[in-house]
Design a protein around this ligand. Structure first.
Ligand code: MN3
Length: 202
C-alpha cells in the first residue's frame, strides 16, 4: 500500500488569521503531496516498500537522500497538520504539563526554549518537542526534512510537536518575519493531540 497524502481534517482557511489559507493550500496540496509522491517512487521495488514510515525512518541509511528528504517530509508534515486545530485546541494539562514543568520550569519557559530553537534553526528545518523513554521531554531542531526518529540526529526520542520553519511555511504572510510566525503557531496548537501523542510515546 503506497503512502497517501493525509487529509488536513479542517479547511485551508481554518487557521486564519494566524496561518493564511493560500499558504496552507500550497503547503498541503503541493509541498506535502510532492514529498508523498516522491517517497512512493523512492521505496517502490526496494526492501522498504510496505514498511511503516516510522520503521523506515528509524532504521534509515542516512546516505539514502531520496528517502531521507521525502520520507522525512512525508512524516513531518503528517504530524504538523495534526498538532494544529482551529477549534478544539485544549490547553496544556495533565502528565504533559507535569513533564514540561519538570524540564523547563514553566509553560512560558518551554515556549521560550521552543521558539528559540525554531528561530535559530539556520535555513530550512524544524523545531521539535520530543519524548524520551520514561517520559522526559526535550526540545531540539533539525535541518531540512530530518527528524528525531532518524539515526544520529541531535535529539532522540519520539517527536510529539513539530514546527515547520521552511520559508514555504510562512513567507506569503510573514515574509522574513519568522518570529511572528512562531508566535502565531502557539495560538493554534492542538494541545489535546500533543498530549495524546505524549501518552502514547512515553
Ligand atoms: Mn513544509
Amino acid at each position: 500500500m503506497a503512502f497517501q497524502l493525509p487529509e488536513l481534517g479542517y479547511a485551508y482557511d481554518a487557521l486564519e488569521p494566524h496561518i493564511d489559507a493560500r499558504t496552507m493550500e500550497i503547503h498541503h496540496s503541493k509541498h506535502h503531496n510532492g514529498y508523498t509522491t516522491k517517497l512512493n517512487g523512492a521505496v517502490a521495488g526496494t526492501e522498504l516498500e510496505g514498511k511503516s514510515i516510522e520503521d523506515i525512518l528509524s532504521n534509515l541509511d542516512m546516505s539514502n537522500g531520496a528517502v531521507r528528504n521525502n520520507g522525512g517530509g512525508f512524516y513531518n508534515h503528517s504530524l504538523f497538520w495534526t498538532v494544529m486545530n482551529p477549534e478544539d485546541r485544549g490547553y496544556l494539562s495533565g502528565e504533559l504539563k507535569d513533564a514540561i514543568e519538570a524540564e523547563f520550569g514553566s509553560k512560558e519557559a518551554f515556549i521560550d526554549t521552543f521558539s528559540n530553537a525554531a528561530a535559530t534553526q539556520f535555513g530550512s528545518g524544524w523545531a521539535w518537542l520530543c519524548v524520551l523513554p520514561g517520559g522526559k521531554v526535550e526540545v531540539c531542531s533539525t535541518p531540512n526534512q530530518d527528524n528525531p526518529l532518524m539515526p544520529g540526529v541531535t535529539c532522540g526520542g519520539t517527536p510529539i510537536l513539530g514546527l515547520d520553519v521552511w520559508e514555504h511555511a510562512y513567507y506569503l504572510n510573514y515574509q522574513n518575519r519568522r518570529p511572528d510566525y512562531i508566535d502565531a503557531f502557539f495560538k493554534v496548537i492542538n494541545w489535546n493531540e500533543v498530549e495524546r501523542r505524549y501518552a502514547a510515546a512515553k
